[in-house]
Design a protein around this ligand. Sequence first.
Ligand code: UDP
Length: 236
Amino acid sequence: MQKREMIYEGKGKKMYSTDDSNLIIAEFKDDLTAFNAQKRGNEAGKGALNNKISTQIFHILQEKGIKTHLVQTLSDTEQLIKKVDIIPLEVVVRNIATGSLTKRLGIKEGIALPFSLVEFYYKNDELNDPIVTDEHCIAMGLVKSEKDLDILRHTAREINAILYKFFESKGLKLVDFKVEFGVDADGNILLADEISPDSCRFWDSKTNEKLDKDRFRQGIGEVKVAYEEVLRRILS
Ligand code: UDP
């Protein structure tokens, strides 16, 4: 597979075209950003860790029938993925209340929610990724139809059910996470982007120690140590 020019650089990854128009290469960066990139950092080796963690998680999901963009790992920091048109929604699933949910609604930090919440946020840095309703999504043309929203919501719940159980068996609480989806050349909706400690909150089941990007957001430190611990547990 021939790596060609960079076609996009995001906060966490660079994308390159290849000699196959249906495939691109994602390169995971060591950069860390939070609060809509107002806080920036860099952690050598973080990109490689996220590549390994996300690849393992995508394999687990693929084995359970979730369709994803992942084709294969190419190197420590690179993966070959199917080219998709990213649906401009961050689909967030929450099992335990924390983060923006507690700030916005005053729900008590750390309580287990009576059922998993699925929320849609419009991916738009200028607007600070606002939360949107189904009707906003349709009216703004962010998705083609209500059916697509049903697919996103249903798939996000399926992913949560699979991963909540998996991480529980590894001594981690899957507190909440964000996923993104894209549409491939044949019109299929595929899980895209990554699932890593950058996009999930993991708390140790016994101690509630945070093992995710909140260590960077909140300046707790030892970010890489925490990501290494997540990888170690995933592989154990
Ligand atoms: N999240 C993400 N990217 C974003 C916003 C949120 O990956 O741009 C993830 C975040 O890591 C957490 C979940 O989505 O696992 C819910 O985040 P929340 O809405 O609480 O926002 P935050 O407190 O991170 O601002």
